[in-house]
Design a protein around this ligand. Structure first.
Ligand code: NAD
Ligand code: WQD
Length: 338
């Protein structure tokens, strides 16, 4: 039987997807340089599933290593998570982001073509919608980028569209994730950010566990129901299952489709803080702080295309998201080093 190759398979979304793929009967091969992860996540995926994960350390920009990988293993499709994802950092070291994300993807596609593997699921992002004029956001919404990270995702989308235009026997799905949060309900795998978290949910969890004093709520003067920013938070296990569905879809279809993975519901920063406190019965001290540059007021998905094409919709609730985030954080206060 052939393998599904996960680039960046040891990361937050990759490890949860590895587990869902194993549970669905797929064989999983991860290729990760561990720049933002560790092999420990995949060891835990093996324990949870009772199935092996082949984990190879390597960089997607390393053409020779990729060529070796595709010659050593029978690979039927690729889920491409590998990439750098910190918006602020991308404005400091843009060349590194373009090299890692864009050049890395071009190298990966070149070796895939050379090896005759033409099924690809790509981790795109709602960031490609920029500051959308209208919510919920459909896949047809105009695209734009305001920082090098977002620009790298947009460039990759264009590159993959051009590739399919030139070579219609490729099957590519651009999955545009909204805001992934939560963790597997075992509490054994979850998000393990380096240093100070950029994203809301890991920050809330680290305040709750006592690693940080209080949350800064970036702006309370947005035109939203309570003045704080509204986002479409999606449970990472729902998101992971979307990848299983996308791979099953690609078994039957060529061409390229962009598909939102979101719930279609927006929650504010204070909705998240309040849900976390209520469900987990723990205080989350916060202060109102100035807006974070580059942030938008409101962003949530029109999720109907995923249901129509993939037969997928998010099933987990806000309470599941905050409960599972806390279960992971409280059981692993120092992430995989715990
Ligand atoms: P993550 O950092 O946990 O996972 C990415 C993985 O890729 C890491 O394990 C890292 O070590 C690996 N990696 C990075 N560069 C590599 C390279 N050159 N070669 C090999 N491996 C490399 O991030 P995540 O949250 O799991 O995100 C996965 C993908 O989803 C990324 O492409 C990200 O841009 C995208 N995405 C994430 C979010 C989010 O909020 N988490 C939202 C939208 C899109
Ligand atoms: C959510 C809300 C903040 C931290 C980013 C990327 C996006 C995608 C997901 C990859 C906003 C507020 C946050 C804090 C706060 N990643 N907030 N205090 O900005 O929607 O999206 O991650 O593709 O591309 O831009 O997510 O979790 O950073 O913020 O008040 O300490 O929480 O202002 O309203 P964002 P986030």
């Amino acid at each position: 039987m052939s393998y599904i190759l996960l680039t960046g398979g040891a990361g937050y979304i990759g490890s949860h997807t590895a587990l869902e793929l194993l549970n669905a009967g797929f064989k999983v091969l991860s290729f990760d340089n561990f720049s933002n992860s560790s092999d420990a996540a995949l060891k835990r995926v093996e324990q949870l599933s009772g199935e092996p994960v082949v984990s190879i350390k390597g960089d997607i920009r390393d053409e020779a290593a990729l060529r070796q990988l595709f010659s050593d293993y029978n690979i039927s499709a690729v889920v491409h998570f590998a990439g750098l994802k910190a918006v602020g950092e991308s404005t400091q070291i843009p060349l590194h982001y373009y090299d890692n994300n864009v050049a890395g993807t071009v190298t990966l596609c070149r070796i895939m073509r050379e090896s005759g593997v033409k099924k690809l699921v790509f981790s795109s992002s709602a960031t490609v919608y920029g500051d959308a004029k209208q919510v919920p956001i459909p896949e047809t919404s105009p695209r734009s980028a305001t920082n090098p990270y977002g620009q790298s995702k947009l460039m990759i989308e264009h590159i993959l569209e051009d590739l399919v235009q030139a070579e219609p026997d490729w099957g590519i799905t651009l999955l545009r994730y909204f805001n992934p949060v939560g963790a597997h309900d075992s509490g054994r795998i979850g998000e393990d950010p380096n240093g100070i978290p950029n994203n809301l949910m890991p920050f809330i969890s680290q305040v709750a566990v006592g690693k940080r004093e209080k949350l800064s709520v970036f702006g309370a003067d947005y035109p939203t129901h309570d003045g704080t920013g509204v986002r479409d938070y999606i449970h990472v296990v729902d998101l992971a299952r979307g990848h299983v569905k996308a791979l099953q879809y690609l078994q039957q279809h060529n061409g390229i489709e962009a598909i939102n993975l979101g719930t279609g519901t927006g929650y504010s920063v204070l909705d998240m803080v309040n849900a976390f406190s209520r469900v987990n019965n723990i205080a989350v001290p916060y202060q109102i702080a100035p807006r974070r540059p580059g942030d938008i007021a409101t962003c949530y998905a029109e999720p109907g295309k995923a249901e129509k094409l993939l037969g997928w919709q998010a099933e987990k609730t806000l309470d599941d998201m905050v409960r599972d985030s806390w279960r992971w954080q409280s059981a692993n206060p120092n992430g995989y080093k715990s």
